[in-house]
Design a protein. Structure first.
Length: 335
């Protein structure tokens, strides 16, 4: 952690409402990495705390401003120093997310969230990027069945897939089963062109895409042929018992209550289940109750089952996605 040294107030001529603070960055941390390319990280810190004046000289960062803002800015720099020391690349996005965590008034430390590696491979490291995502990943670790409920772009499926691949690589399970209901945007399979596999494939494509990000694409056909990875529509789960498996049900808002019960009772020994969905985007026929909307009231008191709710603050796509989600939420509320 950086060495923080409060400046003696007697030696500074500042208004009473302002304070100065000095942080000495340890020699093991590169100032180039800490400040970012062309000082992009430093600029992002200044954007996050506009009332704080920042000055860098050598390995020393001086800040001046309102006491509360300076204290938060100092905490942010300490967190960034810890991330840089751990080898986490610093970007303006990392700064923005860290500021959001610090100003949320929780005990969550950005360094604990943003340095938590789930899976490394294919030139990338997959980590949670928000407090909600970290809570979701922790819940998957602690529970046999985890529900990830939230809007598009919050990483529900992607993080579940990363945990599944991690469990397979660690030999904690013997296979990964990925499934989705084949209902979307008011369409029915019978009205789509092509044979059964051609009709089903578009519904499963997002699962294949995530899988290709995490597993060598050349090995996927072999793993699927061996049954180590299975991607199938929800209807194919009926009548089965899945042992020693990591099972992901995606787009679960498009299951009926009966389908949800059917899926959850496929759970076998040594298996883990993650169910993901967005209850604001249900595509079921009118009059059909979403299984994801009612399941929490049914299983709320069942041990080893966790419900994680994410919000627009957990969106990791373009910033407009978060704004769009909030705008639609206000519109729904005012209808």
């Amino acid at each position: 952690m950086a060495e923080s040294t409060p400046e003696p107030q007697a030696s500074v001529s500042l208004p009473a409402a302002r304070v100065e603070h000095r942080i000495t960055v340890p020699a093991r941390v590169s100032m180039v990495e800490l400040l970012g390319f062309q000082d992009q990280v430093l600029r992002a810190v200044e954007q996050g705390f506009r009332t704080v004046d920042l000055h860098v000289r050598g390995n020393e960062i001086r800040m001046a401003g309102p006491a509360g803002d300076v204290a938060l800015a100092a905490r942010l720099v300490d967190e960034l120093v810890e991330m840089a020391a751990a080898g986490t690349p610093l970007t303006p996005d990392v700064v923005t997310r860290s500021v959001a965590m610090l100003t949320a008034g929780t005990d969550t430390r950005p360094a604990d969230v943003l340095t938590f590696n789930i899976l490394s491979g294919r030139g990338r490291t997959i980590r949670p990027k928000t407090t909600g995502q970290k809570a979701y990943v922790d819940a998957i670790d602690r529970n046999t069945i985890t529900f990830g409920i939230g809007p598009a772009g919050t990483g529900k499926t992607y993080l579940a897939m990363a945990k599944a691949v991690q469990a397979l690589q660690a030999r904690e399970i013997h296979r990964i089963v990925l499934t989705r209901p084949a209902v979307e945007a008011g369409e029915r399979l019978g009205f789509l062109p092509g044979g059964l596999s051609e009709k089903i494939d578009p519904y499963l494509r997002p699962l294949y895409d995530a899988l290709h990000d995490m597993v060598d694409p050349d090995s996927i056909p072999r793993l699927m042929e061996a049954g180590t990875i299975e991607v199938a529509p929800l209807a194919y789960m009926r009548g089965r018992t899945l042992n020693d498996s990591f099972i992901i049900l995606d787009e679960a808002q498009n299951t009926s209550a009966e389908q949800m019960k059917m899926f959850l009772t496929r759970l076998g020994y040594g298996s883990k289940v993650v169910v993901t969905g967005d209850v604001t985007q249900v595509d079921l026929p009118s009059g059909t109750q979403s299984g994801l909307r009612v399941v929490e009231s049914i299983l709320a008191d069942v041990d080893d089952v966790a419900f994680c709710r994410m919000s627009s603050s957990d969106v990791v796509r373009h910033r407009l996605v978060s704004d769009i989600i909030d705008a639609y939420a206000r519109w729904d509320h005012n209808k």
